[in-house]
Design a protein around this ligand. Sequence first.
Ligand code: TYM
Length: 329
Amino acid sequence: METVVSGIRSTGNLHLGNYFGAICNFTKMQHENDCYFFIADYHSLTTHPTPADLHGNVRRVLSEYLACGIDPETATIYLQSDVQEVAELYLLLNMMAYVGELERTTTFKDKVRLQPENVNAGLLTYPVLMAADIIIHKATKVPVGKDQEPHLEMTRKFARRFNNMYGVEFFPEPEAYNFGKELVKIPGLDGTGKMGKSEGNGIYLTDSEKVIRKKVMSAVTDSGPVENYQNMSEPVKNLFTIMEFVSDPATVNYFREKYNLCQIRYGDLKKQLAVDLNAFVKPLRERIIEISADDEYLRKVVQTGAGKAREKAARTVREVREIIGFKPF
Ligand code: TYM
């Protein structure tokens, strides 16, 4: 049995990238492993949400999570800010993290580019907090999308450094995890990069049928197929990538063949993709509406999760304090 930890920032609604990158892997694992799934609301402070937004964001992401099939009876679901031990471990790990290595992290550089007016220290130490989230449960597997690989690498580095510094075998080195061979990167509909919350190029699990159709029909393509399909343009490749996740293989093959014969009509491809995306999103959207209306259920889930997560986290931090050399008088 593995110990599994995964998290999502509470900034904006969940999209297909979140679902296929992290959530679906977690829901598959939750019954055979010791699983912890949390909402990274401390992390969301790096973008300065207003007090009025913060709670609503957390509530929304929590409902969406649960709707995706996370079972609170089996897995531990909690809010990061309910487990204050995470903040203590973050502080302790910060003493072993070097400014130079944090500044070199690609995700930090990206964030600086995205929000140059708000380069706070929380952005710099983002990977340290993420490492604390993971190793506080002594996790061995972390279901994440491809964009989180650098953070996982840093987490291993900090775990190893702690063990070496104190001559212990305390923290395991966790691995990024996906059921497929490769970590997943779901592209956006704008022809470039990955689907993201801040990029405005995503299909959200709460999008209506009409919105999904509109987004897909206006997705970027190109002026037509090229003879060698290996030279397929990025935007069209992206549509095929998304299709592979939501359509049945026969449908994908059909359109691939049409492409190879240079007979494809992108309008047909998009229409089919919109139908398949809608079939995929509909049950999730309905469940989100149901769950988000149930205050009592949400309260119970959060309270139970906080209790279970804190128990484990408190034990780890107690042991870490001993290892470091804090002693009672
Ligand atoms: P966040 O909130 O940006 O994304 C949550 C999860 O969704 C994955 N993801 C994607 N996967 C594939 N394709 C995409 N287009 C795509 N977009 C997002 C992310 O890889 C991630 O797995 N730092 C984390 C939150 C976090 C965390 C942790 C995760 C904090 N502490 C501890 C795991 C363990 C983040 O910003 O994820």
